[in-house]
Design a binder for this molecule. Sequence first.
Ligand SMILES: [Zn+2]
Length: 330
Amino acid sequence: MGAALATCGVRIEHATAIGALFSGIADGDAEELILEVVSTAADDSRGVRPSGFKEAQQLQVNKLSTESGFEALSLRYSEAVRATWPDDYRFQASKRSWRASIAFAPDKAYVLQMATRAEERSEDAVKWDLEDAKSAGSYAHRFNLYSREHAREAGEAVDELPCVKVAAPVACRVVKTSFPALLPVGAYCTLWPYSDPEVRKFVFNGCQDFVELAQAFFHHSAFSSNGKELVCDIQGVEEEDGSLLLIDPCLLRPSKLTVGALLKGAAKEEKEREDLAVCLGPVVNVAADKFDMLHPKCTSLCKAFDPKRCTVKRKVGVCGLDISCGLARH
Ligand SMILES: [Zn+2]
């Protein structure tokens, strides 16, 4: 941290003491950071909490700080974790995260994420960040609708039913910066409407406490995608009413899988490898084992939509050969 900051000319003693990269105009410092919003595509989903920003809007960052509470955001990028996920940008490109305040909305806080590697700070890359948030938001919307309907049928009050929302990031381009090493001009990043200073993992690697709402959402997302997609790395904050606000979830999609990723699990015979490659269609092939680990038991809500818990396991590949690919175990 100290070395990185030294290279971009920030006063180290100041930054180390309070964890702030800079405190901008609030302290009368000369340092500044201005972002231009280039896409709000993630707002186009009914299960997201929108950013409130508009495309082409310029945002002056007033304050930027590292937060120990954001450690969870970077766990996905540890070597051990990356080795277990597909070889694609969303699972592999490590990012730095800061808490940011924006002059336009001083009463709120945001999370600014920038890829660590320069080649991943591109417009094409951040589109995937928005796409995953938007898709997760769509699954959240479906889940919330189902949850309300289920409660209504059970004669329960639905007005204050906790729900799942996904923070909708905007894609931004740096247009002015005092931190060319970390946040260079022209680089693309994401800005998430997320005010809480902590991010908690809900469904990540099977070691998390069992949070009913998060677990039911995890199962329902697999169910409502017909077993084709899985919302992974479910993290965020539990709000006062019990609702969850998620940040930076990852979508495990068939199109993003690679054979190499599939084979990182157990060693397979050559014939089985060929069958696996043919069965790349449904994400469930790689997710089948993960599903049980991440979702060790069902919630009462799960039992209403998938009582036999067969969403993932029953699905077959595009080849239709659930037996020959050897992964569709019961
Ligand atoms: Zn379940």
